[in-house]
Design a protein around this ligand. Structure first.
Ligand code: APR
Length: 258
């Protein structure tokens, strides 16, 4: 009886260019709360979508900046689970392997993946609101939150505008260079892997359709069905932390028999 891992490994066989789109489900087993998870503690009373906007930062800079500092600290304390290392290993087995992530926690890079496109930016990067002057995150280490978790954003040394997180807020354009790399990877791949995304937020959610339209095979790894599952060559209804290491082992087993 062939397993899902065997079926997925056969789709990998012969692929020369693989693109992967990951969403917050990829980080779930590393303990990074997904964007829509109920916020905890001081942040439980806020709707994330109301904090992740330029208008919210304009109106309540200390609240928004404090929330991102908290999220950045949670992400830094998190450890990549075995699924991340499996993706880094699979990346070595294929001539071209591009990870496109909607996540801002930096876990793919920390697990050793080389080509990572951060569509929604990163919690690890900060810049000033007016001119995008980079701001060294090390300078934020000593900042203490008040009893509400709020932190007044520091000012840019060059233009005195407030410092903001280097993530894409609702209503903001995605970084053009990242979008271009992601689109090219989807247009040129033989195989597209979708891991841990509900496929509801565009333009990222368009990428699997771009790959399918040009003839790529599609694997959807998600314990719940997504808009991609019915069109996938394989819907692997399991978690990232369970499926990806099994896939890496099955791909290694096939290549060792060659
Ligand atoms: N392994 C794999 N998938 C999982 C796991 C897991 N352990 N746990 C949950 N999932 C799946 C869920 O079934 C769901 O389909 O991950 C998906 C998470 O979906 P969302 O919470 O909508 O996250 P995401 O798709 O990344 O959202 C996209 O929208 O909220 C904005 O900017 C934010 O980048 C985010 C974007």
């Amino acid at each position: 009886m062939r397993s899902l891992a065997d079926d997925a490994a056969r789709l990998f066989e012969g692929a020369r260019s693989v693109a992967v789109l990951t969403g917050s489900g990829m980080s779930q087993e590393s303990g990074v709360p997904t964007f829509r998870d109920a916020q905890t503690g001081l942040w439980a009373r806020y709707d994330p979508a109301e904090l992740a906007t330029p208008e919210a930062f304009e109106r309540h800079p200390a609240r928004v900046f404090g929330w991102y500092l908290w999220r950045w600290k949670v992400a830094r304390a998190a450890k990549p689970h075995s699924g991340y290392y499996a993706l880094a290993e699979l990346g070595q087995a294929v001539p071209r392997f591009v990870i496109i992530t909607q996540n801002v926690d930096g876990l793919h890079r920390r697990a050793g993946s080389e080509e990572v496109v951060e569509l929604h930016g990163s919690l690890e990067r900060f810049r000033c609101a007016a001119a995008g002057h980079p701001y060294d995150a090390e300078l934020l280490e000593g900042l203490a939150a008040d009893s509400q978790g709020e932190v007044e954003p520091p000012r840019c040394h060059r233009c005195s505008s407030p410092i903001r997180p280097g993530v894409v807020w609702f209503g903001e354009p995605l970084p053009a260079e990242a979008l271009d790399r992601a689109w090219r990877a989807a247009q040129e791949c033989d195989l597209f892997l979708v891991v841990g995304t509900s496929g509801l937020v565009y333009p990222a959610a368009e990428l699997p359709w771009v790959a399918l339209r040009q003839g790529a095979r599609l694997i959807d790894i998600n314990p719940s069905p997504t808009p991609f599952s019915p069109r996938a060559d394989l819907w692997w209804n399991d978690t990232a932390g369970a499926a990806l290491p099994e896939l890496a082992r099955a791909v290694a087993a096939i290549s060792s028999k060659r």
